[in-house]
Write a protein that binds this ligand. Structure first.
Ligand SMILES: Cc1cc2nc3c(=O)[nH]c(=O)nc-3n(C[C@H](O)[C@H](O)[C@H](O)COP(=O)(O)OP(=O)(O)OC[C@H]3O[C@@H](n4cnc5c(N)ncnc54)[C@H](O)[C@@H]3O)c2cc1C
Length: 326
């Protein structure tokens, strides 16, 4: 184990994954988090690995590719909360033949036959992807981090001046909190809401491909199904809206009628950390180094392992080409 300590701020999927990579590589790591892992935005996510239409495009392609390999391996052990599921990605318009480059990672991807599309949908694809039951998965990451000797502490970090008093290498994985901690106005909330229901026997996922802020999505995780979705820019409201829940349920029930009658177990809100470009890079601050890893929008789970490995490389000084990231 190295003597040099690293402080990771944040215990969502980015903070915990980065902390696991560092701790398992032998670094002495402390995580400080304002919220318990199960209270973070990450715990609210659906969550599905899938193509991410974010910037910087070349890095995003590398991050999702690396993450796909990790999640596929994790799916061999169900206790991680990750499993492989088949389902449909469909649109109410013609998607055409062009698919994003990451889609080639989906081994059985094929266009839907017309009889496989729900009413009102014009085109879509079927394929098998990793689904992540986030509350269980975050528990898995915490256990893995602690098994590797990591130290997880609850409590906010008020400034980087405080943080660098604790360690000369700090990894900033604060999600929407980066808006305040970094004073980065580019970070903004994209509000999401989910309805979690008892699983009436659904084992396939469905996701509507659209630019609209209202869409249909459902993801089964054993005895529960997570229903979405909404994406509302610049909305900080953290309480569930019953009208939004009703809309989510009716859109999902139109595709899978059993979801319309299923018992509601929870309604959850999460603030996706929107940013024009994901930020993974180094900032020098009062003689210390801050490694930023935030701004993953609606794809933070899908990007998590790739970003974590890149942040860990930056901690180790292994990637001198990426000292600036703006
Ligand atoms: C409804 C919904 C559905 C989604 N579905 C998917 C999906 O299917 N696939 C996918 O890839 N992504 C999905 N996402 C996006 C994904 O959830 C986010 O991109 C991801 O959770 C961001 O992770 P994070 O660790 O950066 O942030 P967070 O999970 O928000 O964690 C931030 C951490 O930083 C801590 N923190 C913040 N400020 C401070 C401070 N000053 N001091 C100490 N700690 C601090 C917080 O307490 C928290 O621990 C979805 C999001 C939502 C809301």
């Amino acid at each position: 184990m190295t003597a040099e300590p690293v402080l990771v701020i944040g215990a969502g999927v980015q903070g915990l994954t980065t902390a696991v990579v560092l701790a398992e590589a032998g670094w002495r790591v402390r995580v400080r988090t304002a919220e318990r892992p199960r209270d973070t935005t990450s715990a609210v996510a659906g969550a599905m690995w899938g193509p991410a239409m974010l910037k910087p495009a070349d890095r995003v392609l590398y991050w999702v590719t690396r993450s796909h390999a990790e999640f596929t391996a994790l799916a061999r052990d169900e206790s991680t909360g990750v499993h492989l599921a088949t389902g449909r990605m469909a649109a109410r318009f013609d998607l055409g033949d062009a698919v994003p480059p990451e889609a080639r990672l989906i081994p059985d991807l094929r266009p839907c036959r017309p009889d496989e599309l729900p009413a009102g949908f014009a085109s879509g694809y079927r394929g098998t992807v990793p689904l992540v039951d986030m509350p269980r998965y975050l528990d898995h990451l915490v256990a893995r981090f602690q098994d590797a000797g990591g130290d997880l502490r609850l409590g906010p970090v008020n400034s980087f001046a405080d943080a660098v008093g604790e360690a000369s290498t700090v990894v900033n994985c604060t999600g929407i909190g980066a808006r305040e901690l970094v004073a980065d106005p580019a970070v903004h909330p994209v509000r999401g809401q989910h309805v979690v229901v008892r699983n009436p026997g659904v084992d396939e996922y469905f996701i509507e491909l659209t630019d609209s802020g209202e869409f249909a999505a459902y993801m089964p995780h054993g005895d529960r199904v997570v229903l979405g979705g909404v994406a509302v820019e610049d909305d900080w409201t953290r309480t569930p809206n019953p009208h939004v829940s009703a809309g989510i349920r009716s859109r999902c029930a139109a595709i899978e009628p059993r979801l319309g009658e299923a018992e509601v177990l929870a309604e959850l809100v999460g603030l996706r950390p929107g940013r024009d470009s994901v930020r993974v890079g180094v900032e020098h601050f009062e003689g210390a180094r801050i490694i930023h890893n935030y701004g993953h929008g609606g794809c933070g789970v899908a990007l998590s392992w790739g970003c974590a490995y890149e942040a860990a490389d930056l901690v180790a000084g292994l990637d001198p080409t990426r000292t600036s990231d703006e």
